[in-house]
Design a protein around this ligand. Structure first.
Ligand code: ADP
Length: 203
């Protein structure tokens, strides 16, 4: 079973590329969604994050309010490091379990980990050896990403702040086995994903 890490700067088209990989037959795991699940009631990181950040991050039902957590860590690298030291191992443990189940089933050939955070951390790199072994990066120029993000409902300021908080294109590219440049039409993107699929699977 081949496990691929798919990443890209916000608005580059990572999720759209993931959909195309799914159409080609990959199982796509939304790693950002697992990041939310580990903080939910009963999640693997819930207790640890509450212990580290205190009751100020809880909503009126006693659940972790992710917006409050985000506000706690915004612009504070030490607090962000604390959060990630708890949440990232939890996400990796969950990933390890799911990948183990998929591998055990024996039917899945390609798993794509859809993950905004790849270059920045050890997410998706698993001691079991089950983590990603190939990296695909989706890239697009800022001038293309910005209007896409604004159309998606972010203000220009929010979009720029998100982009600034992520790894640079150069940093992602340095890790990439395949780079998909998404500066054309959606069908150009689909064709580019198909080419990468062919290279990954030998089909
Ligand atoms: P990411 O997951 O990298 O943040 P998305 O795949 O969600 O990015 O794409 C951001 C937005 O841009 C979405 O609304 C998507 O439909 C749109 N989009 C993606 N690729 C293209 C393209 N080639 N042409 C036009 N719009 C696109």
């Amino acid at each position: 079973m081949l496990v691929v890490g798919l990443t890209g700067g916000i608005g580059a088209g990572k999720s759209t590329a993931a959909e195309r990989f799914a159409e080609r037959g990959a199982v796509v795991i939304d790693v950002d969604a697992i990041g939310r699940e580990v903080l939910a009631p009963g999640g693997r990181a819930e207790r640890g994050v509450i212990d580290a950040f205190g009751p100020g991050i809880l909503d009126e039902h006693g659940r972790i309010d992710r917006a409050r957590v985000a506000a706690e860590v915004f612009g504070r690298p030490d607090r962000l490091a604390t959060l990630e030291a708890i949440s990232h191992p939890a996400i990796n443990a969950e990933l390890d379990q799911r990948l183990g189940e998929l591998a055990g089933g024996g039917e899945v050939q390609v798993v794509v980990l859809d993950m905004a955070v790849l270059a920045e951390s050890r997410l998706g790199r698993l001691e079991s050896g089950r983590g990603y072994t190939k990296v695909v990066v989706v890239e697009a120029p800022e001038a293309v990403r910005l209007p896409r993000l604004i159309q998606r409902g972010l203000t220009e300021e929010q979009a720029r702040a998100r982009m600034a908080s992520q790894a640079t294109d150069a940093r992602r590219r340095a890790l990439a086995d395949h780079v998909i440049v998404n500066s054309g039409s959606p069908s150009d993107l689909a064709a580019a994903v198909d080419r990468v699929w062919a290279e990954l699977t030998g089909q």
